[in-house]
Design a protein around this ligand. Structure first.
Ligand code: CLF
Ligand code: SF4
Length: 492
């Protein structure tokens, strides 16, 4: 065993906010300091990717499922305007192509944004990616977007730059994106058939003119395809986001998946439509529903079968998100707070922290390898388990503190991340809420077990009564999940 990375992280005061990781012979423990609080065709396994590609994605929490357990991203909300209208978007809120509807971010100037990045780069050294994803479209605000990237590239050279766009203006800016060394670009593509596009986009504003109906959808489609091709020619990694809208584009997304794969997209992220009347969107007001988790997984599985790399760990984060994908630390860094904080960017320290994380990842890999059978077992039944984790790839969260469960599909060969379920936190001020527990049980009703670091006797009894096995452990997720599977295989 290599020495625990925690010793080096904790010996440096500037690293006190990072996750404190300790790994011993059979047990992994992970604590937070006081300050801190996938794929069936898995794109992120070394078997599928060459070394150069692995280096490009290994610290990007969205492009690598493995990285999302360890590395964080942040967004800066510098791009207010948009040039199209999506029926799932209300302009009062953030761009719903990369965000949950109903979320409002604080707008920043490029200089304020650069200051925020340099503050957070010191406080959260495992933050490796800066994304611009709204609140409107980054390329409808090119000067603010590119000025922000320039400032960061100059002052924080190890931070990867990332942007997410609807694609309308992308072909015009690929050269500039390349020149700034932005290696990751997301395009939201909801259709490759403009007829279907007319049900999603009422208008686009292109070259000083507003287009409606079929013409609008056709322009958007052509520009998205042109942009995707230009990214491929420029060797920039492209992820495609698609919003799954039942009855409108759900079946069609299989075709979208095929086309974007042919056009060279690296990763496909199919996200559920989130729709409610209170969001004030067209779909919300007309009663358009979003997909169930089961419908979403079925579509993702179908597309993954076609060999497309499929992202399943997206959290539809806000345009000012900060932290690991499953956590939201944006409220610790509101404008009134971060403008008072000093910049603490320290490249050497960041490199040390990342080296510690990489060593920790190796330890996890070894622990996973130990529970893998020497030969692949065919046709073993698959089950789902729900995991409470604060990150690091470890079962390390108390049941009552979880705000989401990671869902793993387990069989006799492996435990594979397949998604997450958001829930309301059960424990509120030291007391559990019965109504919340009922809702939590519903959210994971299709799982066979729940893996947690600890759970109180009352909720444990109710979880068991609802048919769930309750496993209390503090160890590598895949190890706990696989051991549970082997012990209970007769039941599946
Ligand atoms: Fe941000 Fe998007 Fe870059 Fe990631 S988010 S701009 S690629 S750094 Fe990630 Fe958030 Fe999902 Fe986006 S989890 S909404 S996919
Ligand atoms: Fe809203 Fe984003 Fe669509 Fe623009 S691209 S309308 S900001 S969801």
């Amino acid at each position: 065993m290599t020495p625990p990375p925690s010793s080096e992280l904790l010996s440096n005061p500037a690293a006190q906010t990072v996750t404190d990781i300790t790994i011993t012979k059979n047990t992994v423990t992970q604590k937070k300091s006081a300050d801190s609080c996938g794929c069936s065709t898995n794109p992120n396994t070394s078997a599928n990717l060459d070394q150069r590609m692995l280096d490009r994605i290994s610290k990007h929490p969205c492009y690598s499922e493995e990285a999302h357990h360890h590395y964080a991203r942040m967004h800066v909300a510098v791009a207010p305007a948009c040039n199209i209208q999506c029926n799932y978007c209300n302009r009062k809120y953030d761009c719903a192509n990369e965000s949950r509807p109903g979320v409002v971010s604080e707008l920043l100037t490029p200089e304020e944004a650069a200051h925020k990045v340099l503050v957070i780069a010191g406080k959260i050294p495992q933050m490796t990616v800066l994304g611009i994803a709204g609140p409107g479209d980054p390329l409808a605000n090119p000067e603010k977007t590119f000025r922000t990237f320039e400032l960061i590239a100059d002052k924080a050279p190890d931070i990867k730059l990332c942007l997410s766009t609807n694609g309308l203006m992308l072909p015009d800016y690929v050269d500039r994106i390349k020149a700034l060394n932005v290696d990751h670009v997301t395009i939201t593509i909801n259709m490759v058939d403009p007829e279907i596009g007319t049900k999603i986009y009422p208008w686009v504003h292109y070259r000083r003119k507003r287009y409606k109906g079929l013409e609008a959808a056709r322009i958007l489609h052509e520009r998205q395809m042109e942009g995707l091709q230009a990214l491929r020619e420029a060797d920039i990694l492209c992820k495609v986001n698609s919003v799954m809208i039942p009855g409108i584009n759900d079946e069609h997304l299989v075709e979208v998946d095929r086309v974007i794969r042919e056009q060279g997209a690296f990763l496909h992220n199919i996200m559920p439509l989130i729709s409610a009347p209170e969001h004030g969107t067209y779909f919300g007001l007309t009663g358009q529903r979003g997909p169930t988790p089961k419908e979403l997984k079925k579509l993702q599985d179908k597309c993954a079968d076609s060999n497309m790399k499929m992202m399943r760990h997206c959290r539809q984060c806000r345009a000012d998100a900060v932290g690991l994908l499953g956590e939201d630390r944006s409220q610790e860094f509101t404008k009134d707070k971060f403008m008072e904080m000093p910049e603490q960017y320290d490249l050497e320290l960041r490199r040390e922290v990342h080296a510690g994380i990489e060593r920790f990842k190796e330890e996890i890999k070894l622990a996973k390898a130990k529970v893998k059978p020497s030969e692949r077992i065919k046709n073993s039944p698959k089950i789902l388990v729900a995991v409470a984790t604060k990150g690091g790839g470890i079962v390390n969260q108390h049941f009552g503190h979880a705000k989401e469960f990671q869902i793993f599909e387990v069989d006799a060969n492996e435990a594979k991340f397949v998604g997450h379920r958001k829930i309301d936190q059960y424990c509120q001020g030291g007391y559990g809420e019965d109504a919340t527990l009922e809702y939590v049980i519903q959210a994971i009703a299709d799982c066979k077990a729940i893996l947690v670091s600890k759970v109180g006797e009352c909720p444990k009894a109710e979880l068991r009564e609802a048919g769930l096995h309750v496993v209390e452990a503090y160890d590598v997720i895949e190890k706990v999940a696989r051991e549970f599977y082997d012990q209970h295989i007769q039941e599946f």
